[in-house]
Design a protein around this ligand. Structure first.
Ligand SMILES: [Zn+2]
Length: 199
């Protein structure tokens, strides 16, 4: 919940820029960066869809650089925990090793951008890692851990990391559109429904 870092202020500006209809963003350079950031983010979700995965993509931004990015890899790995956030967390761990940075320091100054509200599992992981700020696209009505089902982000939960701030609605329309498109087409990896044979 602390906002003592300048880069965090910037990321809040990023979100506000897209959330507000009026021109909140004053700097053309900032606007350009935001455009680039959101393109990379949505590309991750698109890539997931192209690979037959639920289209969710995310980015981890530490001091103005992307240190981790991920998309759903559940079907590909046959591992139900390989959500975009988990993939990105592993990348941050690799990044820390390559740059000889302390993982706790990096996570505590990292903003997560994700196209869909983190699920309960991922929200718990983010809380344990003490990620201070999460900017997400659309709500996750079935599994959301940032208020839609449970509020792992801000509830009082002793000995479970640090509460984090969430801003929803960032490029939400595109995120929803991708999910709709995905679920409209037959999910080749979904188990066959018994309800199909009705005749
Ligand atoms: Zn998740």
């Amino acid at each position: 919940m602390q906002r003592s870092y300048p880069e965090q202020e910037l990321h809040i500006c990023v979100a506000m820029h897209f959330l507000s209809n009026n021109n909140f963003c004053h700097s053309p350079i900032l606007a350009l960066e935001l455009k680039w950031l959101s393109c990379v983010l949505l590309d991750q979700a698109k890539e997931a869809m192209e690979q037959g995965e639920v289209p969710v993509g995310c980015l981890m931004v530490y001091r103005e650089q992307i240190v981790g990015q991920g998309r759903n890899e559940v079907n590909e790995t046959k591992n139900a925990t390989r959500h975009a956030e988990m993939v990105a967390i592993d990348q941050v761990l690799d990044w820390c090793q390559r740059h000889s940075e302390k993982t706790t320091d990096v996570f505590e100054h990292t903003t997560l951008y994700v196209t869909v509200e983190p699920c309960i599992m991922c929200a718990a992981a983010l809380r344990l890692l003490k990620i201070p700020l999460v900017i997400y696209g659309c709500r996750n009505d079935r599994f959301g851990g940032c208020g839609s089902v449970l509020n792992i982000a801000t509830d009082y939960l002793p000995n479970t990391g640090t509460p984090f701030e969430c801003i929803g609605g960032y490029r939400a329309e595109e995120a929803v559109e991708m999910l709709k498109t995905f679920y409209k087409q037959e999910n080749p990896n979904a188990p066959k429904s018994k309800a199909r044979k009705k005749d």
